[in-house]
Write a protein that binds this ligand. Structure first.
Ligand code: ADP
Ligand code: MG
Length: 244
């Protein structure tokens, strides 16, 4: 069997005495969405930070297309992994266009190529360039900021998109639309996504596979239907009980 595009291999992180990510191994096939669901404090954000090496693992490896990310320099890593942090993390003093251009500029793309990419992304995310390109984040609605955050993460065509509770701050009324839009764009671009959420319904709705995380460990990683029909243990069963 071919290796999945993304492989987490016995990934572990300890802070002093506390194990925050405990021996996590899983794979994500190219062009699919893996959602990681767990309660607050279960280690989801730390898992993402390990994958993009904002923090170094205590043990274990992350492979992208067979390449160990420990061997990649900063720019190589930024090109391969897009990251939407909790709360979007837009630069407040940069315009929408400048925010989206952040990584391509770091990578020293030629200006015309950056301009074309920014325009394409604005259009793909239903943000009229004439109206929005020169606005600052505080002049946007929550939903628009969220879309700019995702557009920025996708700008350099990463092999993997990491999303940390990307819809958490959205009004419930527009959250469903934002989820549908993300799924449509993901299919169109064929992006490989790892999305973290504490919302079981969201995890089941968006994930081709769902990893259930609790107290630093992944208890089960399977397609939604399998989790419902064959939960690994009574704990998983109870946890997903309210999802359908
Ligand atoms: P989640 O995103 O699932 O809510 P986090 O990954 O943010 O969980 O945190 C998991 C646990 O790790 C929490 O108990 C948190 O306090 C702890 N933790 C996170 N970062 C650090 C750190 N830099 N030093 C010590 N403990 C940390
Ligand atoms: Mg978190």
């Amino acid at each position: 069997m071919p290796q999945p595009m993304i492989v987490l291999d016995h990934l572990t992180k300890r802070f002093a005495e506390t194990t925050v990510v405990d021996d996590v191994s899983l794979g994500i096939d190219e062009g699919t969405v893996l959602t990681v669901v767990g309660t607050s404090g279960s280690g989801k954000s730390t898992l993402l930070r390990l994958i993009n090496r904002l923090i170094e693992p205590t043990a274990g490896r992350v492979l992208i297309g067979g390449v160990d990310t420990a061997t990649l320099a900063g720019d190589d890593l930024r090109r391969r992994i897009g990251y939407v942090i909790q709360g979007y993390g837009l630069f407040p003093h940069r315009t929408v266009a400048e925010n989206i251009a952040t990584v391509p500029r770091l990578l020293k793309w030629p200006r015309p190529r950056i301009d074309v990419r920014v325009r394409d992304l604005l259009a793909a995310f239903q943000l009229d360039p004439a109206e929005h390109a020169t606005k600052f984040p505080h002049q946007l609605s929550g939903g628009e900021q969220q879309r700019v955050g995702v557009a920025r993460a996708l700008a350099a065509e990463p092999a993997l998109l990491l999303m940390d509770e990307p819809f958490g701050a959205l009004d419930p009324l527009i959250r469903g639309k934002a989820q549908d839009d993300l799924r449509a764009l993901q299919r169109r671009f064929g992006t490989t996504v790892l999305l973290v959420t504490h919302d079981m319904e969201e995890a089941f709705r968006l994930g081709d596979r769902v990893a259930v995380m609790d107290r630093a460990r992944v208890l089960q990683c399977a397609p939604p239907a399998t989790l419902l029909t064959r939960p690994a243990d009574a704990f998983v069963e109870r946890l997903i009980g309210g999802a359908d």
